[in-house]
Design a protein around this ligand. Structure first.
Ligand code: G4P
Length: 528
């Protein structure tokens, strides 16, 4: 095997998805500790001491205590190179998470065992299902009085629509949590709140008499009953089916007590896929092809307020990338030099010399890139695009200080290129309209316009409920524009959008203009 192939095969690129508070930050910190990236395995986001997780690095995130942008973190574990994409759990930032999920090969779903499957997890899981992303499930907070293990697994199957395959089963629960029994290798992992006192022992099977010495009869009876039920009714682990996204191996543990976390990481190394082939319009691109290809999945401006900068995050789809290499920017057909490829450990940047398929790196972006752009060493390709989701909330933006008009225009343009908001310029009014999927995004935009661009703005409610992108013949479009000039706007790529006050009106308009198409999703890369 060539050294490029070996490097690619040891990559694991995944994201953690969960509902807020399920423990994603906590487990990320433990992973980083196992990777030797942080010295302390402590939960550094503890509100009590006002410290924050390294992945929660934007000022706004610190103020609100939620993850707003996705950052990528790399660390070594065993003989693997792991790329972990952090994703905002808050529902108002789901667009960012959707995009991050296009850049990973698998996902870890964290579920709070005291609550079961929650709303945001369902939404994100739907995206994973659309892409058949392989899923590993971690049932967290077993140290708390949680819900019954079997009931939780049932809920995963019914609500998340994926067949869970328990790799371990809990012994006891909550305050009486004793540990887990691994159904894969017949080991018992003894729980202790004190991490140093946790231990693992091998047994011959569920009827090994050693278990009777270690645990009270009631716990054992429950464990054996659960095991019987599971073995009778549930799927057994089959890696091919996991890779197709049909079954989800499931582990029980406690992130904060570092219980079951190493076993989870072991499992990611052992079963999660190395970089998978990616579909471009032209052909399927194998990760192990020697030529570099990749796509931009995220753009972020002003990561460092001291230096005005803009970073494009690229997921490498195939081959090897070397610092300073030129690549073809497929959309424009022009070569671009990717001068200082950077990997991120929260806000610590390291310039890298080489990177391989599966890796994520950032490059300084002078305004060349847009989300979804393909980069390629030689051949012109177009990886499948990342959709713009139809926004659900809208406001009109008025500048409060007319001297800052340039700053506001620049800020809005950059924030929309980052995907933080969608921007519409009505044909009939000078004030731009912002559209977002989650309302909290407005607060972030307002904050960032003021903080980063020094443009104080006022947001005014606007009577828009749905947006549809319009396509059709020039003549029909002209007619439509004349008749609906009050509700028609240009988006940032000059695409024509109908900003419609209500669904009823939309239905009428669709009936009146049968030759026009009213599209719910605008594919980012398609226009221009
Ligand atoms: P998130 O990133 O998914 O939003 O969750 P995060 O890790 O911030 O965890 C949410 C809360 O759940 C935190 O408590 C965290 O300490 C707690 N937690 C995480 N894993 C476990 C676990 O295995 N067992 C128990 N008992 N708690 C866990 P918090 O009080 O909200 O915040 P903090 O003051 O601890 O930061």
């Amino acid at each position: 095997m060539s050294s490029i192939q070996t490097e690619i095969e040891r990559r694991r690129t995944f994201a953690i998805i969960s509902h807020p508070d399920a423990g994603k930050t906590t487990i990320t910190e433990k992973f980083l500790w196992y990777g030797g990236v942080v010295r302390e395995a402590g939960h550094v986001k503890a509100k009590s001491n006002k410290k924050f997780a390294m992945s929660d690095w934007m000022k706004i995130e610190q103020q609100r205590g939620i993850s707003v942008t996705s950052s990528a973190i790399s660390f070594p574990f065993r003989d693997c190179h792991i790329n972990l994409l952090d994703t905002p759990g808050h529902q108002d930032f789901c667009e960012d998470t959707f995009r991050a999920l296009t850049a990973v090969d698998s996902a870890l779903v964290m579920i709070d065992s005291t609550k079961g499957v929650e709303a945001q997890t369902i939404k994100l899981m739907n995206v994973c299902r659309m892409r058949n992303t392989p899923i590993i499930i971690f049932m967290n907070k077993l140290d708390l009085d949680g819900r019954d293990a079997i009931e939780l697994m049932d809920e995963v199957e019914k609500v998340l629509g994926i067949k869970p395959v328990p790799m371990s089963l809990p012994i006891g629960n909550g305050k009486l949590f004793q540990g887990v029994y691994s159904l894969i290798d017949n080991t018992v992992h003894f729980f202790n709140r004190d991490e140093a006192k946790q231990s693992i022992a091998k047994v011959s099977g569920l009827d090994d008499p050693k278990l009777d010495e270690w645990f009270e009869a009631k716990y054992l009876a429950e464990l054996r009953e659960r095991a019987e039920l599971v073995q009778g009714a549930m799927e057994s682990f089959d890696r091919d089916r996991y890779l197709k996204g049909e079954i989800g191996p499931l582990y029980f543990g406690s992130a904060i007590r570092n219980f079951g976390v190493k076993q989870l990481l072991d499992s990611i190394v052992e079963i999660a896929p190395s970089p998978v082939a990616r579909l471009a319009d032209e052909r399927l691109v194998q990760a192990t092809e020697p030529n570099f290809t990749g796509f931009v999945f995220k753009i972020q401006a002003n990561t460092d307020p001291k230096h005005r900068d803009r970073i494009a995050y690229i997921r490498i789809c195939s081959g090897k990338f070397e610092r300073g290499n030129k690549a073809l920017h497929c959309k424009t057909g022009k070569p671009v030099r990717l001068a200082a490829p950077t990997q991120f450990m929260a806000n610590n940047k390291t310039v890298i010399d080489v990177a391989y398929a599966g890796d994520i790196f950032g490059v300084h972006d002078p305004g060349t890139f847009a989300i979804g752009d393909t980069l390629s060493e030689s051949e012109s390709l177009r990886f499948q695009g990342i959709p713009d989701f139809a926004p659900e909330h809208f406001v009109k933006v008025w500048l409060t200080d007319p001297m800052k008009s340039k700053q506001m225009t620049q800020g809005l343009r950059q924030l929309s290129e980052e995907g933080a908001t969608q921007l519409f310029y009505p044909l009939s009014s000078p004030a731009p309209i912002l559209g977002v999927v989650g309302e909290l995004q407005f607060d972030v935009i307002k904050f960032r316009l003021e903080e980063e661009y020094l443009a104080k703005c006022r947001f005014e409610p606007v009577n828009v409920a749905v947006v549809r992108w319009i396509t059709g013949t020039a003549k029909e479009i002209e007619k439509f524009k004349e008749e609906h000039s009050q509700d028609v706007a240009r988006d940032k790529r000059d695409g024509l959008a109908y900003l419609c006050p209500n669904a009823f009106r939309l239905a009428t308009v669709q009936k009146n203009y049968p030759n026009l198409q009213f599209l719910e999703v605008s594919e980012r890369y398609g226009a221009n």
